[in-house]
Design a binder for this molecule. Sequence first.
Ligand code: ADP
Ligand code: ASP
Ligand code: MG
Length: 456
Amino acid sequence: MRRMRVMKFGGTSVGVPSNFEIATGLVTARTALRPVVVVSALAGVTNRLVEYARDPAARAPLSEALIERHLGFTVDVGLAAACVAEELERWRRLHAGWDAQRHPLGPEDRDRVLSFGERWSAAIFAAGLASRGVAAKAVDAGEAGLVTDEVFGAAHPLPESGERLRRTLTDLPGVPVVTGFLGRTLDGRPTTLGRGGSDYSAALIGAALGADEIQIWTDTNGLLSADPRIVPEARAVPRLSFAEASELATFGARVLHPKTLLPAMERGIPVRVLNTASPEDPGSLITAEAAPSEAPWRVKSIAGKKGITAVTVASSRMLLAHGFLARVFEIFGRHRVVVDLVTTSEVSISVTVDDEDRLAAAVAELEGVGRVEVRKGLAIVAVVGDGAPQRVGLAGHLFTLIGGVGVGVEMISQGASRVNLSFVVREEDADRVVRLLHRGLGLDVEQAAPAAAPRS
Ligand code: ADP
Ligand code: ASP
Ligand code: MG
């Protein structure tokens, strides 16, 4: 198969004029690598569309503002407004119907609303490439074959997506500029893959096409040692394994959607996280194996995820009861409650979940199994690095630091994975704990770490 490259540009990369210029320039300079571009909506647009779907009173002004934003943006980047006119016209027609409804839109209509963000952006980006003399075509991922189930708002791609995407995108003349975040049901209704899902789209497309690299162009110098909004001195981590990056994404490193690494991992395709505003920067390279280093740099990054609820099910008969754990997980599974951390004692099991929507029904059923306690307002902090859980003294060091500032640890999960040591604290303590550990584990100072491999 011929080489090709996926280049995904996030909201600030496409929605800030100076970055847009850099992004289209980067693609133009790489046409020989057969790029397939994946774009997010312009920065802030999806949030506005979410608001539009939710609040009937805000629909008319929001519609005006969104049209204005996209027309204004095309002018700012020196393009003719005509490039997005057709998509804006489609929006105006549908807006008339939505504006007449005096209630929040249901999940299916909401996804149709959200789909415009990426469609507008793809149209503008394709025009940006064309203005540089590069033949390009805006493509709706759903129309191109990214078919999903009907879970609107958090749709799952169907197995046939890969083959369909490959057929449509492989010999398309010019550079495809594909909408991130979007899919389509088998009967053609738009779906979305979950907030932040454009990264996942990029990986699905890269896997389908057998890309040699999946590049995630964003607004930080790679995957950093912590969220820079919490730890301003956070540094880029040059090399990570799929396992390390997956754990970080799952436990709050928003720079990558949690599902992004799965398709890449299955096909062994390297993922690189890069900064559009600083394209010469090497960024972070994520591969099956993090490069071995002479001085093991084991703890690489710390992630935090708020909005966590812990559920404890206690039963004095647990020890004797065969299948207690199976029953508990069967109930969570049936109610589609996703469980993150699990700890057990002889008489109880505690789990954390991050989606309260379906929890009430599961808890009602769990009450038939044992005594149930639900604690809200928690956060998971994950300390990630290959071998971290096994590293002698690390856990002791961590908990001494945390105890030293009087923060209580509610749950600890260590050793289930080779790369992640995670624990639960109260939500209001989470940022403080991340900052404390970042400093306490020496992540704020330059470390001997292998350089990222050269890139093209
Ligand atoms: P994009 O629009 O490019 O998809 P996102 O806003 O989704 O960008 O993700 C990038 C943001 O993720 C960063 O600006 C940063 O605030 C946040 N973030 C959280 N944890 C990390 C981390 N470990 N490394 C880099 N960024 C992180
Ligand atoms: N535009 C979508 C969102 O804001 C998808 C993405 O940015 O990845 O969630
Ligand atoms: Mg994102």
